[in-house]
Design a protein around this ligand. Structure first.
Ligand SMILES: Cc1cc2nc3c(=O)[nH]c(=O)nc-3n(C[C@H](O)[C@H](O)[C@H](O)COP(=O)(O)OP(=O)(O)OC[C@H]3O[C@@H](n4cnc5c(N)ncnc54)[C@H](O)[C@@H]3O)c2cc1C
Length: 358
């Protein structure tokens, strides 16, 4: 038997971040991933920012997650010797006078004003962006190149001998004598990070799910400003006149195919920002591991206490993954508390009812 502290199933954003967090704590691990391209992480735009713009509210724990994410990804850049991450200001183009007023109101609240930059004057360079109600500047935003983060990390884990390219077979895993046995591996714990595919995991498929398909397009345009802009959609400058335009949210068609309707929806949103000449270069689609209560799914199985899940990162995975991965590891190693809003103990009764134990 080969021994490790942890087996990690799935190496998207969640599994990658968890593995780096385990390594920071000095733990050993084996990652098992089937290396499919159809994942949430390979479609992700990778942007993070502190707000939910619909009603201009701060996102859940943004002031905790963002500093943690910035320092975490910087440390991984240093470890891998690769550029993965960048800080940005984000420019929110207001769609009404009400939104502009709400923005001014929120600027008087210190929790909000920390993330709000100075007002934007009419002369600032926004090229042809239509902005009759003005623009608000958001600080504390940025982007992780998620595809590069996952791929570079995968190479790193392979070189360590800690990566197995294989589909995980749930029938071969058992918890025995407070250990996990999987084929010829013996581990103290197993952590499942399969993204939206956790619904196929017989140990955790009792958890409620509400997956959401998303699509982005990559365009080339000489007429867009070199800025991260948000209004209905976001536009992210990749350099060399290339931009990501995203994202769609679709709870009905849960597949990984790029669609005409997704593309047209994004182009319509783009046109509401102005009349630009552009060329479409690429399109990507994925399914987000979103949840009914919009909170992550983290913690140990109600009966098999050496089996854990790290999932439900939804549409804010980049911002949440570092802090929450460390919280999960601390709970496994030191019995520290997992945020009750993220802890799957909130669904323990569902499991007990389902298995006639309650
Ligand atoms: C279009 C789009 C845009 C997005 N934009 C953003 C954004 O701007 N900012 C942001 O923060 N988030 C964004 N997201 C959300 C983000 O992608 C997710 O939060 C995150 O990638 C989820 O990562 P994950 O590791 O949980 O899942 P996944 O990325 O799906 O990874 C799961 C991994 O597990 C593997 N796996 C599954 N089952 C098995 C098995 N049985 N055996 C072996 N391996 C298995 C898969 O192959 C995969 O590698 C976006 C998502 C989409 C679709």
């Amino acid at each position: 038997m080969k021994k490790v502290d942890f087996i990690i199933v799935g190496q998207g954003l969640a599994g990658t971040t968890l593995a780096h967090s385990i390594e920071k704590k000095g733990g050993s691990f084996l990652i098992i991933d089937n290396c499919t391209k159809a994942t949430s992480s390979f479609a992700a735009a990778g942007i993070f920012h502190p707000f939910s713009f619909k009603r201009l509210l701060l996102s859940w724990k943004a002031s905790v997650f963002i500093p943690s994410a910035i320092s975490f990804y910087s440390s991984i850049e240093n470890k891998l010797g690769k550029k993965l991450f960048s800080n940005h200001s984000l420019y929110r183009v207001f769609s009404s006078i009400e939104e502009q007023n709400n923005w001014s109101l929120k600027q008087t609240i210190s929790a909000y004003s920390t993330f709000m930059g100075e007002n934007i004057s009419k002369d600032d360079l926004f090229n042809k962006i239509i902005r009759p109600f003005g623009v608000g500047k958001v600080e504390g935003a940025g982007r992780l190149d998620v595809t590069k983060y996952v791929n570079e990390s995968r190479n790193y884990f392979k070189n360590k001998g800690a990566f197995l390219n294989s589909a995980f077979n749930y029938e071969n895993v058992i918890q025995e004598n407070n250990s996990i046995i999987y084929k010829n591996w013996l581990a103290s714990s197993i952590i499942f990070c399969e993204g939206p595919k956790y619904t196929q995991n017989p140990f955790f498929n009792y958890l409620p799910h509400n997956p959401c398909k998303g699509e982005i397009i990559i365009i080339e345009s000489a007429e867009l400003p070199n800025k991260l802009i948000n209004k209905g959609c976001f536009i992210y400058p990749l350099g060399n006149n290339r931009f990501i335009v995203g994202s769609t949210y679709n709870h009905r068609e849960l597949n990984y195919n790029c669609s005409e309707s997704g593309k047209n929806e994004l182009l319509k949103k783009l046109s509401s920002l102005g009349d630009f000449k552009y060329k479409i270069i690429d399109q990507k689609a994925g399914v987000r591991p979103t949840t009914k209560d919009r909170r992550p799914l983290i913690g140990s199985h109600p009966c098999f206490n050496k089996m854990y899940i790290f999932n439900g990162l939804g549409s804010k995975g980049v911002m949440m993954a570092p802090f929450l991965s460390i919280q999960l590891i601390n709970s496994i190693l030191n019995d520290a508390e997992i945020d009750p809003e993220a802890n799957i103990s909130r669904y323990a009764d569902d499991y007990l009812k389902l298995t006639n134990q309650l």
